[in-house]
Structures are given as C-alpha cells and as structure tokens.
Design a protein around this ligand. Structure first.
Ligand SMILES: [Zn+2]
Length: 258
C-alpha cells in the first residue's frame, strides 16, 4: 500500500512595493510552493536521486566533489545561506547530500563486514560478535538503510566529518555562524549533543544539517508509517526491530528540528 504525505507550505509572502497613492505599482508575490506527495518508499530511499524530478545536481562550487544531488527546494535555500555566509567569510562546503537505499546499504554493509574500519579504529566484524552490539556500534554514526535522513534529499553534511574541527578556529567560526543563522534559511542540526534533551539516537554530528520545511513533514510521515519490520534487505537488518531503530534513531533528534 502506498501512503502519501502532503506537504503544504503555508507561508505565502506578499510584499508591496508601492504606497497607497500609486495604484499601478508592481507587487512582488511569492506564491506558495506546490503540494508535494511522496510514498513511504521515498523516505526509505527507494528511488534514484539522479533522475527524480524534485532533485538537482549540486554544482561543484558548493561541494567538494561532483555528482552529488539534493532536493531543489533545499538547494535553493542552501544557496541563499551560502551567499550570505560567504560575505561573512564563511565557506560552506557540502561533503555529502542525498544517498539512496543502495548507497546507504553499501556504507552499512562495509562497516558490518569489516571492510570499513570505524572512526575509532574498531573492526565491527571481528571485534564485536554479538549482532545487536555490532549494530549499536555502527549506529553511533551511520544509519541503517531505509532510515537515513540522507534518503530524503533534505539533509547535508558540511565541511568536516570530525566534531573537533568545528570546535576551534575556522570550524568553530563556521559552526557558530550556522547556530546563529541556519534557521533563517530553514536549516537545523538534528544530531545535537546527547543528554537530557536528546537521550537517544546517533552521536552528535556538528556537520549534519537538515532543511526542515520539508524534513519536518517527512519525519511526521516516518513517525506514522515507518515500522521496524519494514527495514530489511541488508546484513544485520534483524536488529532494527530488536533495537527499535525507528523510535530511538529516526525519531531521536533535536526537538527543534521536529
Ligand atoms: Zn549526515
């Protein structure tokens, strides 16, 4: 069964450039965005971003490599943010953007079978025999296929995959700029520091930002329709239900991004 979500952008901005005495002045009117309908398979990454009508390739100017894609609406507001940041001597660089199920399956399985060594030097395949513990270790920073926000085309990773980079010098300046201004362009950091505010989910990622005008309604769709039993088709998928990945990881984000 296909379930659709309807994303309605309710904000219509109407600005008047005239005054009350000049009836023939031109008005600039930003019409509401069109309604977007997506099946639940969309949030599970079951599509090809290179051919999807709502996606655009990211020009090299904004990215560290070619051939990355993201949603057009998220990209347009990213460009607005990029340009203002650039004037403030901040250079935003997209390091990763849309990743579909197949791409995420590759990332996950290379960590599961030990082809990729984890960032702290752990080989998940040889160092962690218990499948639940192995999945939990990989889940510190990587999503199971079907559950990644990168499937949605709304989420991007910026500049560095190392939290430490954002804690001094150029990186700290960039991170503080994002904390102060990203929301003006619809962007929010979903994976903030874990603690009483965010007790569960992925570890903190200062590089990961989400375009909330679209990702908020997509999260609501996930909360309603995405079930642990639907998450399959890759090594270790059985752990999705054991761990309750949907509640703890998909929904375990910064409440300001919800
Ligand atoms: Zn990310």
């Amino acid at each position: 069964m296909i379930t659709n979500v309807i994303i309605v952008f309710a904000m219509a901005l109407i600005s008047c450039k005239g005054n009350q005495n000049e009836d023939r002045k031109v008005y600039s009117v930003k019409v509401p965005e069109p309604v977007i309908e997506v099946p639940v398979s969309y949030i599970m990454g079951q599509f090809d971003p290179t051919t999807h009508k709502d996606f655009t390739i990211i020009p090299r100017q904004y990215a560290d490599r070619d051939s990355m894609y993201m949603r057009k609406d998220a990209f347009n507001d990213f460009v607005r943010m990029y340009e203002v940041a650039f004037k403030d001597s901040i250079n935003l660089v997209i390091r990763s953007a849309a990743r579909n199920f197949d791409y995420q399956k590759g990332i996950w399985e290379r960590k599961w079978n030990g082809t990729t060594i984890l960032s702290d030097g752990v080989n998940a395949a040889t160092d962690i025999q218990d499948p639940k513990e192995r999945a939990l270790k990989i889940l510190e920073y990587s999503s199971m296929p079907s559950t990644s926000r990168h499937h949605w085309g709304t989420d991007i990773d910026l500049n560095s995959f190392n939290n430490g980079w954002f804690e001094e010098g150029e990186g700290l300046k960039l991170y503080n700029w994002m904390l102060g201004h990203a929301h003006e362009y619809g962007y929010c950091q979903p994976y903030t520091e874990k603690g009483s505010e965010r007790p569960e989910g992925y570890n903190e990622e200062k590089w990961h930002w989400s375009y909330t005008p679209v990702s908020k309604p997509l999260l609501q769709l996930a909360a309603k329709e995405l079930k642990n039993e639907m998450i399959k088709g890759f090594l270790g998928h059985e752990q999705a239900t054991t761990i309750d990945v949907v509640s703890k990881y998909v929904l375990g984000i910064n409440h300001q991004c919800k």
